[in-house]
Design a protein around this ligand. Structure first.
Ligand code: FE2
Length: 163
């Protein structure tokens, strides 16, 4: 298998995480009490698909390494999906779903910031442009998930006090 650079490995990870994020947002959208957040979750899922496409289009330009990068991305995706299944096993409520998404989206932001710093430092303009865009998208995702779990927590509290 081709020798990957540290940046190649990070690109594989963000690609795998973007694939897993599409699955996670869809899963949470189907949980109890998620109706009010359906539009946000759909947008997050669309943006994850866009992130996947843009990242993969760049990887496609890396002759000799793209197959190995995509292979590693598949591993990352399956690890992330396994984590989701473990965390959400037996859970039905959207609040639990958003707790999981808070970790998943923060993880995506972390990985894209790492890509951004490496690309900036190595003066890789194409990857830096992609990372600048993706970091902005991920900050919105982290903030959107936070709004959702705080809303759901407030609802939960209201139900407790009116019981
Ligand atoms: Fe995301």
């Amino acid at each position: 298998m081709a020798e990957l650079t540290p940046l190649d490995e990070k690109l594989a990870e963000v690609l795998g995480l973007a694939q897993a994020a599409q699955q996670a947002t869809k899963q949470v959208a189907g949980m109890e009490g998620a109706e009010a957040f359906k539009a946000d979750l759909d947008r997050m899922s669309d943006q994850a698909a866009q992130t996947e496409q843009r990242t993969d289009a760049y990887i496609d330009t890396l002759e000799g390494r793209k197959t190995a990068i995509r292979e590693k991305a598949r591993e990352t995706k399956s690890e992330a999906v396994d984590m989701m299944k473990t965390y959400l096993e037996g859970e039905e409520e959207a609040l639990d779903g958003f707790e999981f998404l808070s970790m998943a989206e923060a993880g995506e932001l972390c990985h894209w910031e790492i890509v951004q710093v490496i690309a900036f430092t190595t003066e890789d303009a194409a990857v830096k442009d992609l990372a600048d865009w993706a970091v902005g998208v991920q900050r919105e995702h982290v903030e959107g998930v936070r709004r959702a779990y705080l809303d759901l927590a407030a609802e939960e509290a209201k139900e407790m006090t009116s019981a």
